[in-house]
Design a protein. Structure first.
Length: 393
Protein backbone atom coordinates (compact mmCIF):
# COMPACT_ATOMS: atom_id res chain seq x y z
CA UNK A 1 0.00 0.00 0.00
CA UNK A 2 1.32 3.40 -1.00
CA UNK A 3 0.15 6.46 0.90
CA UNK A 4 0.52 10.15 0.01
CA UNK A 5 3.40 12.11 1.45
CA UNK A 6 1.87 15.58 1.17
CA UNK A 7 0.63 15.58 4.78
CA UNK A 8 3.38 13.46 6.27
CA UNK A 9 5.18 16.39 7.91
CA UNK A 10 2.11 17.80 9.64
CA UNK A 11 2.66 18.05 13.38
CA UNK A 12 0.28 16.27 15.69
CA UNK A 13 -2.89 18.34 16.09
CA UNK A 14 -2.82 20.70 19.05
CA UNK A 15 -5.30 19.03 21.39
CA UNK A 16 -4.12 15.38 21.12
CA UNK A 17 -0.62 16.80 21.58
CA UNK A 18 -1.77 18.64 24.69
CA UNK A 19 -3.37 15.51 26.12
CA UNK A 20 -0.12 13.63 25.61
CA UNK A 21 1.74 16.38 27.46
CA UNK A 22 -0.61 16.72 30.41
CA UNK A 23 -2.73 13.63 30.93
CA UNK A 24 0.00 11.49 32.46
CA UNK A 25 0.03 13.98 35.35
CA UNK A 26 -2.69 14.70 37.87
CA UNK A 27 -4.07 18.23 38.20
CA UNK A 28 -2.80 20.35 41.08
CA UNK A 29 -6.28 21.60 41.90
CA UNK A 30 -9.86 21.49 40.69
CA UNK A 31 -9.46 21.49 36.90
CA UNK A 32 -10.25 24.68 35.01
CA UNK A 33 -10.23 24.20 31.23
CA UNK A 34 -8.99 27.26 29.34
CA UNK A 35 -7.62 25.62 26.21
CA UNK A 36 -10.41 25.39 23.62
CA UNK A 37 -12.12 28.43 22.11
CA UNK A 38 -15.57 26.98 22.66
CA UNK A 39 -17.92 29.78 23.72
CA UNK A 40 -19.79 29.10 26.96
CA UNK A 41 -22.11 32.12 26.97
CA UNK A 42 -25.80 31.46 26.47
CA UNK A 43 -27.10 31.31 22.92
CA UNK A 44 -30.57 32.72 22.17
CA UNK A 45 -33.28 30.98 24.20
CA UNK A 46 -35.52 30.56 21.17
CA UNK A 47 -33.05 28.40 19.21
CA UNK A 48 -34.28 25.05 20.54
CA UNK A 49 -37.91 25.89 19.84
CA UNK A 50 -37.10 26.94 16.31
CA UNK A 51 -35.27 23.67 15.65
CA UNK A 52 -38.30 21.76 16.95
CA UNK A 53 -40.67 23.84 14.85
CA UNK A 54 -38.76 22.92 11.70
CA UNK A 55 -37.78 19.38 12.69
CA UNK A 56 -39.89 17.93 9.87
CA UNK A 57 -37.40 19.48 7.43
CA UNK A 58 -34.75 16.99 8.55
CA UNK A 59 -36.59 14.78 6.05
CA UNK A 60 -35.54 16.98 3.13
CA UNK A 61 -32.27 17.44 1.31
CA UNK A 62 -31.11 20.98 2.13
CA UNK A 63 -29.91 23.41 -0.56
CA UNK A 64 -26.14 23.26 -0.68
CA UNK A 65 -25.67 27.02 -1.12
CA UNK A 66 -28.18 27.87 1.63
CA UNK A 67 -31.84 28.87 1.54
CA UNK A 68 -32.64 32.16 -0.18
CA UNK A 69 -33.88 33.44 3.18
CA UNK A 70 -30.59 32.61 4.90
CA UNK A 71 -28.46 34.18 2.18
CA UNK A 72 -30.65 37.28 2.34
CA UNK A 73 -30.29 37.44 6.13
CA UNK A 74 -26.51 37.24 5.71
CA UNK A 75 -26.50 39.91 3.00
CA UNK A 76 -28.59 42.17 5.24
CA UNK A 77 -26.16 41.61 8.15
CA UNK A 78 -23.15 42.48 5.98
CA UNK A 79 -24.91 45.67 4.88
CA UNK A 80 -25.64 46.67 8.49
CA UNK A 81 -22.22 45.74 9.80
CA UNK A 82 -19.92 46.87 6.98
CA UNK A 83 -22.11 49.07 4.74
CA UNK A 84 -21.35 46.77 1.80
CA UNK A 85 -24.14 45.54 -0.47
CA UNK A 86 -23.84 41.93 -1.61
CA UNK A 87 -26.11 40.04 -4.00
CA UNK A 88 -27.31 36.97 -2.02
CA UNK A 89 -27.33 34.87 -5.20
CA UNK A 90 -23.97 35.90 -6.68
CA UNK A 91 -21.75 36.91 -3.75
CA UNK A 92 -22.60 34.57 -0.84
CA UNK A 93 -22.77 30.88 -0.10
CA UNK A 94 -23.45 29.12 3.18
CA UNK A 95 -20.83 26.97 4.87
CA UNK A 96 -21.02 24.08 7.31
CA UNK A 97 -18.71 25.98 9.65
CA UNK A 98 -15.94 28.18 8.33
CA UNK A 99 -13.18 25.59 8.68
CA UNK A 100 -14.45 23.71 5.63
CA UNK A 101 -14.77 27.00 3.76
CA UNK A 102 -11.24 28.14 4.58
CA UNK A 103 -10.00 24.79 3.28
CA UNK A 104 -12.26 24.29 0.26
CA UNK A 105 -11.88 27.86 -1.00
CA UNK A 106 -8.18 27.16 -1.51
CA UNK A 107 -9.04 24.01 -3.46
CA UNK A 108 -11.47 25.96 -5.62
CA UNK A 109 -9.38 29.09 -6.22
CA UNK A 110 -5.65 28.34 -5.98
CA UNK A 111 -4.09 27.94 -9.46
CA UNK A 112 -1.76 25.05 -10.26
CA UNK A 113 1.03 27.51 -11.17
CA UNK A 114 1.83 31.13 -10.47
CA UNK A 115 4.57 32.99 -12.34
CA UNK A 116 5.47 29.67 -13.97
CA UNK A 117 6.24 27.99 -10.61
CA UNK A 118 4.50 26.30 -7.72
CA UNK A 119 2.13 28.78 -6.08
CA UNK A 120 2.76 30.21 -2.64
CA UNK A 121 0.15 30.55 0.11
CA UNK A 122 1.00 33.09 2.80
CA UNK A 123 0.05 32.38 6.39
CA UNK A 124 0.58 34.36 9.57
CA UNK A 125 2.64 32.53 12.18
CA UNK A 126 1.02 31.54 14.59
CA UNK A 127 -2.24 30.73 12.85
CA UNK A 128 -5.40 28.64 12.60
CA UNK A 129 -4.03 25.32 11.43
CA UNK A 130 -6.41 24.72 8.52
CA UNK A 131 -4.50 27.34 6.51
CA UNK A 132 -1.41 25.14 6.32
CA UNK A 133 -3.35 22.01 5.43
CA UNK A 134 -5.11 23.85 2.62
CA UNK A 135 -1.76 24.92 1.20
CA UNK A 136 -0.43 21.37 1.23
CA UNK A 137 -3.66 20.01 -0.30
CA UNK A 138 -3.26 22.22 -3.39
CA UNK A 139 0.48 21.50 -3.70
CA UNK A 140 1.37 25.10 -2.85
CA UNK A 141 4.37 26.20 -0.84
CA UNK A 142 3.21 27.53 2.53
CA UNK A 143 5.18 30.55 3.66
CA UNK A 144 4.84 31.28 7.38
CA UNK A 145 5.23 34.98 8.16
CA UNK A 146 5.86 35.96 11.81
CA UNK A 147 3.08 37.82 13.61
CA UNK A 148 4.88 39.00 16.73
CA UNK A 149 4.74 41.78 19.29
CA UNK A 150 7.27 43.72 17.20
CA UNK A 151 4.82 44.03 14.28
CA UNK A 152 1.64 44.33 16.32
CA UNK A 153 0.91 40.59 15.93
CA UNK A 154 0.01 41.10 12.26
CA UNK A 155 2.21 39.65 9.50
CA UNK A 156 4.24 42.07 7.38
CA UNK A 157 3.54 40.49 4.00
CA UNK A 158 4.90 43.53 2.16
CA UNK A 159 8.39 42.79 3.53
CA UNK A 160 8.58 39.50 1.64
CA UNK A 161 10.84 39.28 -1.45
CA UNK A 162 9.21 40.27 -4.73
CA UNK A 163 9.74 36.81 -6.21
CA UNK A 164 7.78 35.24 -3.33
CA UNK A 165 4.96 37.76 -3.70
CA UNK A 166 4.84 37.19 -7.47
CA UNK A 167 4.31 33.47 -6.80
CA UNK A 168 1.68 34.14 -4.14
CA UNK A 169 -1.83 32.96 -4.99
CA UNK A 170 -3.53 33.38 -1.59
CA UNK A 171 -2.75 35.27 1.61
CA UNK A 172 -4.66 34.25 4.72
CA UNK A 173 -5.29 36.82 7.42
CA UNK A 174 -7.30 36.39 10.61
CA UNK A 175 -8.60 39.62 12.14
CA UNK A 176 -9.30 39.78 15.00
CA UNK A 177 -6.46 37.33 15.20
CA UNK A 178 -6.36 33.94 16.84
CA UNK A 179 -4.48 33.65 19.17
CA UNK A 180 -3.25 37.19 19.90
CA UNK A 181 -6.45 39.24 19.62
CA UNK A 182 -4.89 41.82 17.28
CA UNK A 183 -7.12 43.84 14.96
CA UNK A 184 -6.13 44.82 11.42
CA UNK A 185 -6.90 48.50 10.91
CA UNK A 186 -8.67 49.66 7.79
CA UNK A 187 -5.31 51.03 6.65
CA UNK A 188 -3.70 47.60 7.12
CA UNK A 189 -6.46 45.97 5.04
CA UNK A 190 -6.11 48.58 2.30
CA UNK A 191 -2.33 48.16 2.15
CA UNK A 192 -2.71 44.39 1.95
CA UNK A 193 -5.29 44.67 -0.82
CA UNK A 194 -3.07 47.06 -2.77
CA UNK A 195 -0.21 44.56 -2.37
CA UNK A 196 -2.54 41.85 -3.66
CA UNK A 197 -3.46 44.00 -6.65
CA UNK A 198 0.21 44.65 -7.41
CA UNK A 199 1.21 40.98 -7.24
CA UNK A 200 -2.13 39.50 -8.35
CA UNK A 201 -3.15 37.32 -5.42
CA UNK A 202 -6.32 36.86 -3.38
CA UNK A 203 -6.81 37.75 0.28
CA UNK A 204 -8.69 35.21 2.40
CA UNK A 205 -10.04 37.22 5.33
CA UNK A 206 -10.92 35.02 8.31
CA UNK A 207 -13.18 37.34 10.34
CA UNK A 208 -14.82 34.79 12.66
CA UNK A 209 -14.04 36.82 15.81
CA UNK A 210 -15.31 40.12 14.39
CA UNK A 211 -18.16 40.54 16.88
CA UNK A 212 -16.15 39.96 20.07
CA UNK A 213 -14.33 43.20 20.87
CA UNK A 214 -13.71 45.81 23.56
CA UNK A 215 -15.43 48.94 22.27
CA UNK A 216 -14.81 49.65 18.56
CA UNK A 217 -16.07 47.22 15.90
CA UNK A 218 -13.08 45.83 13.96
CA UNK A 219 -13.04 46.99 10.33
CA UNK A 220 -13.48 44.33 7.68
CA UNK A 221 -11.81 43.46 4.42
CA UNK A 222 -14.96 44.01 2.35
CA UNK A 223 -15.41 47.61 3.43
CA UNK A 224 -11.71 48.33 2.85
CA UNK A 225 -11.93 46.80 -0.62
CA UNK A 226 -15.00 48.87 -1.42
CA UNK A 227 -13.35 52.11 -0.33
CA UNK A 228 -10.30 51.64 -2.56
CA UNK A 229 -12.23 50.19 -5.49
CA UNK A 230 -10.41 46.86 -5.43
CA UNK A 231 -11.28 44.11 -7.88
CA UNK A 232 -14.31 42.31 -6.36
CA UNK A 233 -12.52 39.00 -6.86
CA UNK A 234 -9.53 40.17 -4.81
CA UNK A 235 -10.96 39.41 -1.35
CA UNK A 236 -12.84 36.41 0.05
CA UNK A 237 -14.29 36.76 3.56
CA UNK A 238 -15.37 34.09 6.04
CA UNK A 239 -17.76 34.53 8.96
CA UNK A 240 -19.43 32.24 11.46
CA UNK A 241 -22.10 32.11 14.15
CA UNK A 242 -19.83 30.07 16.44
CA UNK A 243 -18.23 33.02 18.25
CA UNK A 244 -20.70 35.77 17.38
CA UNK A 245 -23.72 33.89 18.72
CA UNK A 246 -22.19 31.18 20.95
CA UNK A 247 -23.38 28.46 18.56
CA UNK A 248 -20.31 26.40 17.59
CA UNK A 249 -22.46 23.28 17.30
CA UNK A 250 -24.81 24.88 14.78
CA UNK A 251 -21.99 24.81 12.19
CA UNK A 252 -23.34 27.86 10.41
CA UNK A 253 -20.96 30.10 8.51
CA UNK A 254 -20.67 31.78 5.17
CA UNK A 255 -18.16 32.83 2.54
CA UNK A 256 -18.57 35.99 0.48
CA UNK A 257 -16.63 37.46 -2.42
CA UNK A 258 -16.62 38.20 -6.13
CA UNK A 259 -19.12 36.40 -8.38
CA UNK A 260 -16.55 34.32 -10.27
CA UNK A 261 -14.85 33.19 -7.06
CA UNK A 262 -18.20 32.28 -5.54
CA UNK A 263 -19.24 30.43 -8.67
CA UNK A 264 -16.15 28.26 -8.40
CA UNK A 265 -16.58 27.69 -4.67
CA UNK A 266 -20.24 26.72 -5.16
CA UNK A 267 -19.32 24.37 -7.99
CA UNK A 268 -16.81 22.53 -5.80
CA UNK A 269 -19.20 22.42 -2.84
CA UNK A 270 -21.88 20.90 -5.04
CA UNK A 271 -19.62 17.85 -5.28
CA UNK A 272 -17.68 17.90 -2.03
CA UNK A 273 -19.50 20.14 0.46
CA UNK A 274 -21.72 19.10 3.35
CA UNK A 275 -24.90 21.22 3.32
CA UNK A 276 -26.33 22.53 6.57
CA UNK A 277 -29.55 20.71 7.55
CA UNK A 278 -32.66 22.75 6.81
CA UNK A 279 -33.83 23.18 10.43
CA UNK A 280 -30.42 24.60 11.28
CA UNK A 281 -30.58 26.94 8.31
CA UNK A 282 -33.93 28.18 9.60
CA UNK A 283 -32.32 28.91 12.96
CA UNK A 284 -29.38 30.67 11.29
CA UNK A 285 -31.79 32.88 9.32
CA UNK A 286 -33.12 34.32 12.56
CA UNK A 287 -29.79 34.39 14.42
CA UNK A 288 -28.08 36.50 11.73
CA UNK A 289 -31.00 38.93 11.92
CA UNK A 290 -30.82 39.40 15.70
CA UNK A 291 -28.25 41.63 17.44
CA UNK A 292 -29.66 41.67 20.98
CA UNK A 293 -28.00 38.40 22.03
CA UNK A 294 -24.73 39.49 20.38
CA UNK A 295 -24.59 42.69 22.42
CA UNK A 296 -25.36 40.80 25.64
CA UNK A 297 -22.57 38.30 25.00
CA UNK A 298 -20.13 41.05 24.01
CA UNK A 299 -20.81 42.84 27.30
CA UNK A 300 -19.76 39.69 29.17
CA UNK A 301 -16.51 39.51 27.21
CA UNK A 302 -15.86 43.18 27.88
CA UNK A 303 -16.06 42.47 31.62
CA UNK A 304 -13.65 39.58 31.11
CA UNK A 305 -11.16 41.90 29.39
CA UNK A 306 -11.28 44.09 32.50
CA UNK A 307 -10.67 41.11 34.78
CA UNK A 308 -7.69 39.95 32.70
CA UNK A 309 -6.22 43.45 32.60
CA UNK A 310 -6.53 43.76 36.39
CA UNK A 311 -4.87 40.40 37.05
CA UNK A 312 -1.99 40.82 34.59
CA UNK A 313 -1.43 44.56 34.99
CA UNK A 314 2.29 45.17 35.24
CA UNK A 315 3.27 41.82 33.74
CA UNK A 316 6.17 42.49 31.34
CA UNK A 317 5.16 41.57 27.82
CA UNK A 318 1.43 41.44 28.55
CA UNK A 319 -0.49 42.74 25.54
CA UNK A 320 -4.20 43.20 26.30
CA UNK A 321 -6.18 41.65 23.43
CA UNK A 322 -8.04 44.17 21.30
CA UNK A 323 -10.70 41.62 20.39
CA UNK A 324 -11.51 37.91 20.42
CA UNK A 325 -11.50 35.86 23.60
CA UNK A 326 -7.93 34.63 23.95
CA UNK A 327 -5.06 35.82 26.09
CA UNK A 328 -1.59 35.39 24.57
CA UNK A 329 0.60 35.34 27.65
CA UNK A 330 4.42 35.49 27.55
CA UNK A 331 6.36 32.72 29.32
CA UNK A 332 9.93 31.41 29.04
CA UNK A 333 8.69 28.16 27.46
CA UNK A 334 5.09 27.40 26.54
CA UNK A 335 5.16 23.64 27.08
CA UNK A 336 6.92 23.94 30.42
CA UNK A 337 4.46 26.64 31.53
CA UNK A 338 1.41 24.61 30.49
CA UNK A 339 2.71 21.55 32.31
CA UNK A 340 3.56 23.54 35.44
CA UNK A 341 0.15 25.22 35.47
CA UNK A 342 -1.62 21.87 35.20
CA UNK A 343 0.48 20.06 37.79
CA UNK A 344 0.42 22.84 40.38
CA UNK A 345 -2.94 24.59 39.82
CA UNK A 346 -5.20 22.41 37.67
CA UNK A 347 -5.54 25.19 35.08
CA UNK A 348 -5.29 23.78 31.58
CA UNK A 349 -3.85 26.06 28.87
CA UNK A 350 -2.37 25.57 25.41
CA UNK A 351 1.34 26.01 24.57
CA UNK A 352 1.72 28.64 21.88
CA UNK A 353 4.12 26.53 19.85
CA UNK A 354 1.25 24.16 19.07
CA UNK A 355 -0.27 26.93 16.95
CA UNK A 356 2.94 27.89 15.13
CA UNK A 357 5.64 26.48 12.88
CA UNK A 358 9.40 26.50 13.25
CA UNK A 359 10.90 28.87 10.68
CA UNK A 360 14.63 29.47 10.35
CA UNK A 361 15.30 27.90 13.72
CA UNK A 362 12.67 29.82 15.65
CA UNK A 363 9.04 29.42 16.62
CA UNK A 364 7.14 32.67 17.34
CA UNK A 365 4.70 30.84 19.60
CA UNK A 366 7.24 29.03 21.74
CA UNK A 367 7.38 31.75 24.38
CA UNK A 368 3.63 32.00 24.92
CA UNK A 369 0.58 30.20 26.22
CA UNK A 370 -2.93 30.67 24.84
CA UNK A 371 -5.68 31.08 27.41
CA UNK A 372 -9.35 30.95 26.37
CA UNK A 373 -11.61 33.34 28.31
CA UNK A 374 -14.76 31.31 27.75
CA UNK A 375 -15.62 30.18 31.28
CA UNK A 376 -17.86 32.11 33.66
CA UNK A 377 -16.46 35.34 35.06
CA UNK A 378 -15.96 33.80 38.51
CA UNK A 379 -14.23 30.69 37.20
CA UNK A 380 -12.12 32.76 34.80
CA UNK A 381 -10.99 35.10 37.56
CA UNK A 382 -10.09 32.12 39.71
CA UNK A 383 -8.19 30.42 36.89
CA UNK A 384 -6.27 33.52 35.82
CA UNK A 385 -5.32 34.30 39.40
CA UNK A 386 -3.97 30.76 39.81
CA UNK A 387 -2.00 31.18 36.59
CA UNK A 388 -0.53 34.50 37.66
CA UNK A 389 0.54 33.19 41.06
CA UNK A 390 1.97 29.98 39.63
CA UNK A 391 3.77 31.31 36.55
CA UNK A 392 4.55 34.91 37.43
CA UNK A 393 4.47 35.10 41.24
Amino acid sequence: MTFPERFSNLPEYAFPRLRRLLDCHGPGGAPIHMTIGEPQHAFPSWVAGLVAEHAHEFGKYPPNEGTPELRTAISDWVARRYRVMLDPDRHITVLNGTREGLFNAALALCPEEKAGKRPVILTPNPFYQVYAVAALAVAADPVYVPATAENGFLPDYAALPADVLDRTAIAYLCSPSNPQGAVASKGYWKDLLRLAEKHDFQVFADECYSEVYRDTPPPGALEAAQEIGADPERVIVFHSLSKRSNLPGLRSGFVAGGPESLRRIKQLRAYAGAPLPLPLQRVAEKVWADETHVKESRALYQRKYTIADEIFSGLPGYHPPQAGFFLWLPVPDGEEAALKAWRFTGVRVLPGAYLSRDVEGGNPGAGYIRVAMVATEQEMRHGLTRLRDCLYG
